[in-house]
Structures are given as C-alpha cells and as structure tokens.
Design a protein around this ligand. Structure first.
Ligand code: ATP
Length: 336
C-alpha cells in the first residue's frame, strides 16, 4: 500500500491532475498496488481561499504520505514548491529529456538527464534592497555541490557513463569555481565514469547542436531550470517533460512546466508530463521499497505513453488534435 499526496495546482494543473488520477485508479484496478490517493489544494486558489498558498494541513498530509505528485501552481509557486523543496530537503532535481516517436522535435536519438542542485543558488530567495538597488545572494556550498555531483555520477553509472558539469566559473569564480572543483573532486571517486566540464552558454548551444552527445548534465539551480526547459523543447516540448525532486527520505514528482494559463480550461493540455512524472514516482518507490510490482507499473506506464504517441494519437502541442481526456483514455486503454 502506498499513500500518495496529489497537489492539483492552478492553470492546467487540475486538468492534468484529473488525468493522473484516472491513470492511478486504473493502475489500482489492474495491478493491485493499493494506492491511497489524497487530492490537496495548494497554490493561488488555496491562497485566495485560506490566505496561505501552502496550508499547514496540506503540509501534514504530504509529510505523512509515501510520495507526492504535484501539478504546477501559478503565481505562488515560490511559496509552494520552493518551500517544499527546502522543507523536505529535496536536494536533487532530476529532469530527463528523451526522444519520443512522432514528435515535432528538433533532433532525434536524445537520451539525457539534467541533475540540478535544488537547494542553493539564487533560488534560495535571499534578496534585499539597498536603497534603490536590489541585491540577490548566491550561495554555493562544497557539501551541497559534492552531494549533487555524487547523485549525478551514480545516475551515470546506470546509464551511458558520462557526466558533464555545467557552470560559468570563468565569470563567477568563487561560487561556480567551488561548484566545478567539487564536481571534479567527486569525479576522482568514480574512475569508470567519463567527466567533462562546459560553460553554461556553450551547453545551451550544444543542446541544440548536438544534444545526443550528452548523458548526465550536473549543474546549479538556476542554470538547471533554464537548460531543462530548453532540453524539453528539443525533444518535443514541455508537454512531454517530467521531473523528480529527490531527498534522502522523501520525493516529489511534478511536470517541468508551469501552470500554462494561456491554455487552461481549453482541454488542450498534454497530460504526458504529469503521467511521466508518476512513472518516475513508481521507479523511485520500486527502488526504495524494493517492490518489483512498482517497477513493472513504471515500465508499463512509459510504454503506454510511448505507444499512444507512436500511434499518432497526440494533443495539440505535439502536433495532434486530441483533448486532454481523450489522450488520457488512450493511455489507460494501453495500460495492460
Ligand atoms: P513557469 O515560469 O511557471 O515555469 P512559464 O511561463 O515558463 O511558467 P509554462 O506554463 O511552463 O510557462 O509553459 C510555457 C508554454 O508552454 C505555455 O504557455 C503553454 O502554451 C505550453 N505548455 C506548457 N505545458 C504544457 C502542456 N502540458 N501541454 C500543452 N502545452 C503546454
């Protein structure tokens, strides 16, 4: 039995949450995983109703669950996801970018993963004013840098065996200098894994020019956020891009994209990003609880999405005309 907390979010969040809920119910019926799902409200709507974007009762349900699925939230994102990442010490943000069949992708044969440090950098939110000047503090520590580097090397050891450390140490000599040195030191512990370094601007270019050359990219918080949107677009768009926020004791899974208010309520949202986030959750549960059934569900869920897009059934963002729910029903019908 697994207790899953589900934050339904804002914008297209409730629509893609409905999809994921249908998929999880089908998984319960067909695979008997015993998922107990609690839907929760956090974000702009919760802020309006209760005065808090992330009410304490919601935090309590999340911390009592085995894992959390989180749909995107709107303007109050920093008060929800940034807060949860720090509260639960979800230090590793994992963002895979993989080629899918039948996509309006820029390139094919891509299979890379961005491992983004999730607790430090400018996103720690240490900003203040000095008179008419606004200042942001960028903190990078050796311990957090080595911790994320180890995660990246472990991931590479189960993949193509290559880590690229992305930074801008020629300009930010102190902060990125420390990040780069920490990654290089960890590389010494993993002799079998190949290691190189790249400036972030060169990486942004190479993600377009030769994305198939990457395996694992390890980088700091802000750079990772930007590069993962770019990588998602290279393989077909944000609608296909899942993410995981992993800590020592807990993990939270969410699409890479935001609330996409421009398409909210139009039944046009691609739920794949969230369904594939659920797939990452089952992989994590499988490894953590040593549960082969959860591993099987993860494989079948990915295959179902693959088969649906391969058959040409697609939402508008990836060149089709199916609604969110039509696409979801196709995925469920292939989940056997
Ligand atoms: P944030 O800063 O919160 O990440 P953003 O301003 O980058 O948000 P997103 O909401 O991430 O914007 O999405 C950018 C655009 O991509 C949206 O306006 C929408 O058109 C498209 N998009 C994002 N997610 C999806 C999806 N699941 N299905 C279809 N289109 C999507």
């Amino acid at each position: 039995m697994y207790r899953i907390s589900l934050i339904t979010g804002d914008g297209i969040g409730p629509e893609i949450s409905e999809s994921v809920l249908d998929v999880l119910n089908a998984i319960n019926d067909r695979f008997g995983l015993g998922l107990e799902i609690r839907s929760l409200e956090a974000g702009d709507k919760a802020l309006k109703k209760t005065g808090k974007a992330l009410p304490q009762e919601v935090i309590d349900v999340i911390t009592r669950s085995d894992a959390c699925l989180k749909a995107p939230v709107g303007e109050s994102a920093a008060d929800v996801i940034v807060y949860l990442r720090r509260l639960l010490n979800l230090y590793a943000n994992i963002r895979p970018a993989k080629s899918w069949p039948n996509m309006p992708a820029l390139k094919e044969n891509i299979d890379l993963v961005i491992v983004r440090e999730n607790t430090e950098d400018l996103y720690a939110g240490m900003e203040f004013d000095i008179g008419s000047t606004a200042v942001a503090l960028r903190t990078i520590s050796e311990s957090a840098s080595k911790r994320i580097a180890r995660y990246a090397f472990m991931a590479a050891s189960q993949r193509k065996g290559k880590v690229t450390c992305v930074h801008k140490a020629n300009v930010m000599r102190k902060t990125d200098g420390l990040f780069a040195r920490s990654c290089a030191a960890v590389a010494e512990e993993f002799k079998g894994i190949s290691f190189d370094q790249m400036y972030v601007d060169a990486c942004a270019m190479n993600l377009i020019r030769q994305p198939e050359s990457f395996d694992v990219i390890v980088t700091t918080n802000l750079f990772g956020d930007i590069l993962s949107d770019e990588a998602a677009q290279v393989v077909g768009g944000l609608g296909m891009a899942p993410a995981a926020n992993i800590g020592e004791d807990f993990a939270l899974f969410e699409p890479v994209h935001g609330a996409a208010f421009d398409i909210a309520g139009k039944r046009a949202a691609n739920p794949s990003s969230f369904i594939l986030s659920a797939k990452m959750m089952f992989e994590w549960l499988a490894a953590r609880k040593k549960d082969p059934k959860a591993a099987e569900v993860a494989r079948k869920l990915e295959k179902a999405v693959y088969d649906v897009v391969a058959s040409g059934t697609k939402t508008k963002d990836i060149g089709g005309n199916k609604t969110t729910m039509e696409f979801t029903q196709e995925v469920i019908s292939r989940l056997t």
